[in-house]
Design a protein. Structure first.
Length: 198
């Protein structure tokens, strides 16, 4: 399965154009957005419309710049953009586990509770792709001035469950960075998009 992931677009129409061209050229199966498509919600309707027009399935979560309800409402009016905060999507032997918002908390009890419940429903043979806005704690993706600024709850989940892939963002300084926690590949794809084969 071929993915095109991006995060922290913050209203860049140039980045959307590049993502659109790349998605069609590479014939990706899914576009995955890990949040912050706007600057405090400005221009959200236009950006969602442009993503829908690409004609590929888009997995969408909100970041800390979008309201959950307003982004869900816009996505619900599209053909291709699916808002999946606190939801899963099963396809081709994979399960996308999606959790948006936040980015500033070191622990997230709501994520812990939600992920535990979801794991009880997921068959063991399914491979998991975790999509969060916040990065996991203590990786190359959460370092700011050599200090870890990520989320411990997400890291604990990755250590326990070992997803195949974790896509996140939030910290712009680490756009394009990759790392691993045990066998889990972790990426911050940045606003210009990153092709990922799973």
């Amino acid at each position: 399965m071929k993915l095109l992931a991006f995060v922290d677009l913050h209203g860049s129409l140039a980045a959307i154009k590049k993502i659109s061209v790349l998605a069609r050229k590479e014939n990706v199966d899914y576009i995955v957005c890990a949040g912050d498509i706007t600057i405090f919600g400005d221009g959200m309707e236009l950006i969602v419309k442009r993503l829908d027009e690409i004609g590929k399935p888009v997995i969408m979560i909100h970041g800390n710049h979008e309201g959950e309800k307003s982004l869900k409402h816009l996505c619900d009016k599209t053909k291709n953009v699916k808002f999946l905060h606190k939801k899963t999507l099963t396809t081709d032997g994979y399960v996308f586990m999606c959790y948006g918002g936040g980015g500033f908390s070191v622990k997230d009890a709501e994520f812990e509770e939600w992920s535990k419940k979801e794991m009880e429903k997921i068959a063991e043979e399914k491979k998991i792709i975790l999509v969060t806005h916040a990065p996991p704690y203590e990786t190359k993706l959460d370092l700011i001035l050599d200090q870890a600024a990520g989320n411990r709850s997400i890291r604990q989940f990755i250590k326990r469950v070992q997803p195949k892939l974790a896509i996140c963002g939030h910290l712009h300084e680490n756009a394009g960075m990759k790392d691993k926690i045990d066998n889990t590949k972790i990426v911050n794809p940045g606003p210009w998009g990153m092709l990922i084969e799973v």
